[in-house]
Every structure is written in C-alpha cells, then in structure tokens.
Design a protein around this ligand. Sequence first.
Ligand code: UD1
Ligand code: MG
Length: 451
Amino acid sequence: MLAVAVLAAGKGTRMKSALPKVLQPLAGATLVERVLTSANRLKPERRILIVGHQAERVEEQLSGVAGLEFVLQQPQNGTGHAVQQLIPVLSSFDGELLVLNGDVPLLRPETIEALVKEHRDSGADVTLLTARLADPTGYGRVIANNKGRVSGIVEHRDCTEEQRQNNLTNAGIYCFNWSALANVLPNLSADNDQAELYLTDTVAMLPLAMHLEVADPDEVNGINNRSQLAQCEAVLQQRLRLHWMNEGVSFVDPESCTLSENCSFGRDVVIEPQTHLRGSCRIGDECRLGPGSLLTNAKLGQGVTVVHSVINDATVEDDVAIGPFAHLRPSAEIGKGCRIGNFVEVKKSQIGAGSKVNHLSYIGDAQLGTNVNVGAGTITANYDGVRKHLTLIGSNSKTGANSVLVAPVQVGCDVTIGAGSTISKDVGDGALAIARARQFNKEGWVMRSRS
Ligand code: UD1
Ligand code: MG
C-alpha cells in the first residue's frame, strides 16, 4: 500500500509573491500540479496535499483532482510539522508514505518509481532521493557512506564550513515506512537556525536510512526563488522542444520559442523564431507558425500559416493564411482556405470557407458564408453600448472598402456593398447596397476661391 503526501503549505517567502509558491506556473501547469501528476503512475491508494498558507486558494486550484485529500497545517512550522499532521489522518494506514516537496517540479515519474522500488528491495525505513549538484547552495546536505546508507541530513544554514563542501544534496523526495516514521515524528525538535521542525531530522532517527542518487540532477531542482523558477522553466522548455523535434516538428531558433505541456503537433510543422504556444493548442500537419506569434488554446488544421499574429481560443481549418498582424479572439472559427490579413481582428465569428478578410477590419459576432470578400476597413458595429448584436453576410458577397455594418443586420448572398457605406438595414440576395452621401463636384471652385 502506498500513500503520497505533497508538502504545499509553505508561503514561499523567497519568491516575494502574492501567489503561494506551489501555484507558480511552469510551462502551463502549476508547481504542485506537476508534483502531483509525477506520482500518478504508481497508482497510490491515498493522495494527500498538505496545505496551509492560502490554503483555500490552493484547494480551489486543485478541486478538480479526483480523490485528493487536503490536510491543513496551521501554522506552518516546518516540513516535519507538516508531516506530523498526517498522524491522525493515516492512523490506520499500513504501508509506504511517499513524501514529495511541492516545489520540486521536474521529477520524472520513472525516477519516483525507481525510488519506491529501491526502497522495497532494500527493506530500509526510509529511502530518499539525492543528487550531486555543482552548486548545492541552499539544499540540505546528506551524510552517507559508500554503500548508500544515510546517517543524517544537515540543512545548508545549519552546516559547518566543512559540511558545506559536501555536494550530496537532499532532493526533498522520500519514501518512508509509515509506521516507522509515525514512531519518530513526535520526537522532532526545533533546535535549528529556523526554529522549525524539520522532516529531514527523522532520517537520523530511523534505524535504516538509504539514498538513491539521480542520474540527471536537473530533475531535483527545487524552487525557492524566481531565478530557480526561470532555470526550471528553461529545463522544461528544452525537454518539450526536444520531445516535439523527435516527433517531426522543426524549430528555426528553438531557444527563442516556448511551448506548454498541453500542446500537440502534427508532422512537418515549422516553428519560426519568437513563437509561443500556451494552454492546449492542437496544430495540424505542415503548419508554419511565426515568426513572432502567440497562440493560446488554438486549434489549427493542416497547412495553416501564421505570421506575426495572436490567436486566442480560436479554431482555424486547413490551408488558411493568418497575418501578418492579425488577432483571432475567442470563438473565432475560420473556414478552410480563408485569408485573414493585416490588422484584422476577428471575435466570436464564423468565417465560411474561401472567404477573405485581408486588411484593417473588425469582425465580431458575425457569420459569413463562403467566398465572401470583406473589403479593406470593413467593420461590424456589433455593440450598441449595452448589448452585442449579430451580423450575417451570405456567400459570395463583397463589402466595399470602409463599410460599416451596424448590427443586427443581415446581408444576403451575392450582394455588393458600395465603398464607404453604413449599412443598418437588411440587404436581399443579389442587391447592390450603397449608403453614403452623394458626391457632387463644384466646377471651378478652387480657382474662384483663390481670386
Ligand atoms: C527542503 C529540505 C532540504 C532539501 C530541499 C529540496 C527540509 C527541512 N529541508 O528545504 O533538505 O534540500 O527542500 O528542495 O525539509 N512546507 C510545508 N510546511 C511548512 C514548510 C514547508 O508544507 O511548514 C512545504 C513547502 O510548501 C515546500 C516544501 O515543504 O513545498 C519544502 O519547503 P521549503 O521551505 O522550500 O524547504 P527548503 O528550504 O527548500
Ligand atoms: Mg524548497
């Protein structure tokens, strides 16, 4: 039987943030979500999150995680104190307790599995994950012999100068025999620089403590400040890009692009410099994204090009060209073969296949048929100051440059709208609609006014 407890009660003082540390985002997921999911493959019997600082906010963020138990630690008197809160919760539990620090987000599931396996094989009371770090500053130092047996952990701030030379560090990931741990937990004392109860002190109290050293020290990066957050982001981004390169995605300048964990790509996608994908994007085969584009929750079919544009919660079908400098906003649905050009904004609108909105337009709350040509500067005036209204434009219609369609308004199929028209009445199929002041020329006026 296995229980997993994630320590997520701390404030994260060193982050200097209004957000609790474990809710800081990394490549589209919070630190605590990453830590929780890293243990999913073990299928633990119980999953417990220890919350404290801004507990409600943390619980709300994770309310969707099925079967997750929340245990409150109040006040937050150290990692040992946090685990003491489990004594009543796990009173009838008999098995291993896997403790994961909520601020160590790069752990691979395989590594946690290896830790639990090693623990079961050796019969130790605790097995902890360690790493040899080039710069161990800030981490607890693990005192171990060459057979992997651990005699204690000393926090960086409590170390002597000599102990600081030891670069075997504690990752904050432990597999305990719960009953053995529960026996020693009440004996912790706050006799240290921070005057807190340290979980790390239990290691010296248990009869047999062992450690497992990770091969890739990046995995155990703990996040205590913004610089470590940025380092972890860089590691994750590199992992994501490598993963997608192996799946057939090209990056022209990989380091300048960022992805979120929930993006997926078809084959032969090319990502140009300075392009960023966030949320859950689905990108079809042979799309070309960027340079200079930001896509959030975008669904793109095949062969779509996006240049210097922003797409947010929108769907684009095959063979569409977007940009430069276009903005697709929530619920924009762009049909096959459309062209959305320079300085065009589309919101909550369906644009039928083969339609073109090429220059300087705002299309909001509109439904366009197929092969519509929206002239330069056409605007749907969808908002009357109180409510939003719909504009309908039938297939094969053309709007002249600088037309304003005052919604609610319905324009039929095969309509032509004269340039500069303000259309506020419906237009039937096949009609020409012109709504602008008639032009008249005063012959000779200039010469007369000069004399
Ligand atoms: C801890 C370890 C250190 C290890 C490092 C790895 C201790 C005493 N030290 O140090 O040996 O090298 O992690 O990253 O454990 N938390 C609570 N309640 C509290 C205090 C903290 O739930 O009262 C949670 C925090 O939210 C955080 C985790 O425990 O997720 C670790 O706390 P943190 O203060 O970051 O410990 P470190 O100083 O990093
Ligand atoms: Mg930490």
